[in-house]
Design a protein. Structure first.
Length: 184
């Protein structure tokens, strides 16, 4: 039983080292070869969860075998329970938060219709300027034209009325018309 514990511990540590050092190289070299291993029904069984459980099984088994009066079989059962707990902990503390943190900063220019912006480059009545619009936690500068055919000076607040040919058609925002509206 001690050989099994050592094999699990050493195998897990080697997997972690190889993954950290050669992870991207192996991923590119084996592009898609191991895709059959991903089972959508078992989403919680990520390689990191499985390998951390196997490594914990090996380490806990060795510690229980050498430092407790437990025999090989009871030590294996307790180590297995510990491995399941460690695997669940790795999933809850690391894997799931990392899945949730994968955000995209991309947006469609069509999503800007109705948004409030500020003119950064003056917009002439029949020409183009630039407006800055808040999107998510950042800002985007976009080419703009006047929807009403008016001159829009730098610093004026505008609303995006329409989007055509990757150009925002904007109109002056009348702040007096909406007194309770907070500024962006």
């Amino acid at each position: 039983m001690e050989q099994l514990f050592w094999a699990c511990l050493i195998g897990g540590v080697l997997f972690a080292v190889v993954t950290v050092i050669f992870g991207d190289l192996l991923s590119n070299a084996l592009d898609g070869v191991l895709d059959f291993l991903s089972v959508d029904a078992l989403r919680k069984l990520r390689p990191m969860v499985i390998v951390s459980g196997i490594t914990a099984f090996g380490g806990a088994g060795l510690l229980l075998l050498h430092y407790t009066p437990l025999g090989p079989l009871p030590a294996a059962v307790v180590a297995l329970l510990g491995a399941i707990a460690i695997g669940a902990l790795v999933y809850v503390v690391y894997v799931r938060p990392m899945e949730n943190s994968e955000n995209s900063t991309g947006f469609s220019i069509r999503e800007l219709t109705g948004r409030i912006g500020e003119v950064t480059v003056p917009v002439p009545p029949r020409g183009y300027g630039e407006v800055m619009v808040k999107i998510g936690h950042g800002h985007t500068n976009q080419i703009a034209a006047s929807f009403d055919g008016e001159t829009l000076a730098a610093g004026e607040r505008v609303v995006v009325v329409d989007v055509r040919d990757d150009t925002l058609f904007v109109s002056r925002l009348d702040d007096e018309a909406s007194p309770g509206r907070p500024k962006d």
